[in-house]
Each structure stands twice: as structure tokens, then as C-alpha cells.
Design a protein around this ligand. Structure first.
Ligand SMILES: NC(=O)C1=CN([C@@H]2O[C@H](COP(=O)(O)OP(=O)(O)OC[C@H]3O[C@@H](n4cnc5c(N)ncnc54)[C@H](OP(=O)(O)O)[C@@H]3O)[C@@H](O)[C@H]2O)C=CC1
Ligand SMILES: CC(C)(CO)C(=O)C(=O)O
Length: 311
């Protein structure tokens, strides 16, 4: 109860009016929320549609500066994983060490990039299973309601402001949960993305059709779990397959984010998903032949359509 009363005053910053960023603004629903935008390509009057009702987002819009960042109790980073490098370059000279960061994105490379770039900042990470898409330059649609799990990444003592702000966000989400084991949950989600995303991309199929490729699913799972074991995340192959099949069934009609990227001729998050597994496998000298083969196949197709789109 105390946390909720104190949390009401927290100042939260969000990077970008992206799909997740817009939904978080909608949930926070207060003028204290700051959204950091680029000078170009940001919607003029951002809105979010829920159940057919379109609502204007209440926020302060600003650009990165020492002053605008200094006043924050939490900075949320819901950007595509391939946008991290540019963002870190902008933030590194101006983000104070006292500002906690919450990373909300697919894959695991973002957490490591931010930990390395900001070793003194408190880092939180989260997983969203909501389904959102952009309908137009200024409108995002909530298409499927999921969960928001948040937890702390390091073993550092939690600061009051980081924790209270993360809990404020959680309390506003209809299915927000705190996790004391966020690393394992992120790895579980990563495993699902390692299987469903590249297979749907390469076979041009909806998530549900991935059941046709169970042998390939098992090959990927075994290799990924081998890498996880070195990271002290132990998941049995049977429970991993059961979990992946459950997600395939539950999201059968979905077009995975990686296939959506391909259809929209946009960069994928393959580097933060299979790329991160390959990097860890190289470090631990652990064989991941199937993962490497899928990674190369996705990269080749991605390069081809990006080249054509940029011509
Ligand atoms: N959409 C969904 O339903 C779900 C998404 N996710 C994951 O969440 C993450 C975010 O996804 P999503 O919200 O869809 O992505 P979007 O592309 O919709 O949003 C990313 C936003 O971040 C902005 N941005 C990036 N870099 C900067 C910067 N340096 N300064 C200011 N703004 C910046 C982008 O601006 P600009 O447009 O100018 O590039 C864009 O508005 C991804 O990892 C995704 O996989 C997870 C679950 C569900
Ligand atoms: C779970 C899954 C595969 C749902 O589509 C997803 O997270 C994605 O598409 O990135």
C-alpha cells in the first residue's frame, strides 16, 4: 500500500512513441511521464486504440539532455534491439549514474549492452507478451492483451526510486507482475523466440504452422539449452518443448515479429536472439550448428530485402 502512495509521484521517462512505449504512456496516463523522441519521425499527436476506442496520450515530449534526464526516477527503454547502439551513444555522455534503467525488448543482447555501457546504473528488465501494432504515423493499436513481468537484473541493493517506479508501472498494467527470477523468465522467452521467430520467417508461416517442424524445434531447443546450462539456467528439454508447443498453440494465428519485419522489409532482431546464442556458444565453446545455419539463412534473406528496399 505504501509503495502505491509513494509511487504516485514518480517521474518516468520512456524512449520513443513506439508500440510498447505508447502502451506504457497509456497505462501511466499522467502528464509527468516524459517521452523522449527523435527530432524527426515522431508522431505529432500520438494515440492508442484499445477495443476500438482511440485515446490521446498524455505526456511531456522532450529530447535527450542532461537536464531532462536528471529529473527522472526511471528511464524505460522499449526500442528494437538493433536501435540500442545508437541510443547508448546518445545517452552515455549525459545519463546520470543515479537513474535506473528498465529494458523492455526481445532477445538478451540489450541487457548486456546496457550493463556494459552503464555499469553504475541500476538495471531492471522486463518481458511483455502484449500484442501491439502501428496503424499509422500517430496511432498504435492494442491487438492482444498479455502480461508484463518486471524484475531486477543485478544483485545490487534496490534503490527506492527504481523499485517504486517499476512497481508503479506494474500496478497500472492489468496483468503486471513482479519477478524475483526475471533472468530465467527472459531466457524462457528467448528460447521460444529462438524457435518460433526464425522458423516462421524462413517458412513464411503463421506461428501455428511451426508444429509441422517439430524435429527442427527439438534440434534448436537442444542447442540453446546447452548454452543456457553454461549460464546456469537449467531447463529440461521436455519441459522446454512443452512450453514452446504451448506458445505455438496459444499464438497460432499470430504473425511472429520476425515475419512481420520481413513483410515490412524492416531489420529483424535476429542478432539479439540467435546472434546472442551464437556469441555465448563461441565463448563457452559449445556446438550450435543448427542455430548458426538458421542465423545465416535469416541474415541472407534480411540483407537481400533491405538492399532492395534501400535502392
Ligand atoms: N509490438 C509488440 O507487440 C511487442 C514488442 N516487443 C518488443 O519490444 C521492443 C520494442 O518493440 P516495439 O514497441 O514494437 O518497437 P517500435 O519500433 O514500435 O518502437 C521503438 C520506438 O523507439 C524509438 N527509438 C529508437 N531509438 C530511439 C532513440 N535513440 N531516440 C528516440 N526514440 C528512439 C523509435 O523511434 P523511430 O520510429 O524514430 O525509430 C520507435 O518509436 C522490441 O524488442 C520488440 O520485439 C515485445 C512484445 C510485444
Ligand atoms: C512469442 C512470439 C513468437 C509471438 O508471436 C513473439 O514473441 C514474437 O513474435 O516475437
Amino acid at each position: 500500500m505504501m509503495t502505491n502512495i509513494r509511487a504516485a509521484t514518480k517521474k518516468i521517462g520512456i524512449v520513443g512513441f513506439g508500440c510498447i512505449g505508447s502502451y506504457l504512456c497509456y497505462l501511466l496516463d499522467d502528464k509527468q511521464t516524459k517521452v523522449f523522441v527523435r527530432r524527426t519521425a515522431s508522431p505529432i499527436k500520438p494515440t492508442l486504440s484499445v477495443d476500438g476506442e482511440r485515446k490521446a496520450l498524455k505526456t511531456q515530449r522532450c529530447y535527450f539532455s542532461e537536464k531532462s534526464l536528471h529529473a527522472l526516477d526511471l528511464l524505460i527503454v522499449p526500442v528494437k534491439s538493433y536501435q540500442n547502439a545508437e541510443l547508448i551513444k546518445q545517452l552515455r555522455p549525459i545519463l546520470p549514474q543515479s537513474i535506473p534503467i528498465l529494458i523492455l525488448q526481445n532477445g538478451i543482447s540489450g541487457i548486456e549492452e546496457f550493463r556494459q555501457a552503464f555499469p553504475y546504473n541500476e538495471i531492471f528488465a522486463g518481458i511483455s507478451t502484449d500484442g501491439l501494432y502501428r496503424q499509422s504515423i500517430d496511432s498504435v493499436v492494442l491487438a492482444g492483451r498479455g502480461k508484463l513481468l518486471i524484475g531486477q537484473i543485478q544483485d545490487k541493493k534496490q534503490s527506492c526510486k527504481g523499485l517504486a517506479s517499476a512497481k508503479k508501472l506494474m500496478s497500472r498494467h492489468p496483468h503486471g507482475e513482479w519477478s524475483d527470477n526475471i533472468k530465467e523468465q527472459i531466457y524462457q522467452k528467448l528460447l521460444v523466440n529462438c524457435v518460433i521467430n526464425p522458423l516462421t520467417f524462413l517458412y513464411d508461416c503463421k506461428n501455428g504452422e511451426v508444429v509441422k517442424y517439430t524435429n527442427e524445434c527439438e534440434e534448436i531447443i537442444n542447442e540453446v539449452l546447452g548454452v543456457f546450462a553454461h549460464e546456469r539456467v537449467h531447463i529440461s528439454p521436455d519441459s522446454a518443448l512443452t512450453r514452446v508447443l504451448e506458445v505455438i498453440r496459444a499464438t497460432a494465428k499470430n504473425t511472429s515479429s520476425m515475419l512481420q519485419d520481413k513483410l515490412g522489409e524492416k531489420p529483424t532482431e535476429i542478432d539479439a536472439i540467435l546472434g546472442a546464442i551464437i556469441q555465448k556458444a563461441n565463448h563457452y565453446q559449445c556446438p550450435v550448428k543448427k542455430v548458426e545455419q538458421l542465423y545465416q539463412a535469416v541474415k541472407q534473406q534480411e540483407q537481400r530485402y533491405l538492399n532492395t528496399a534501400n535502392r
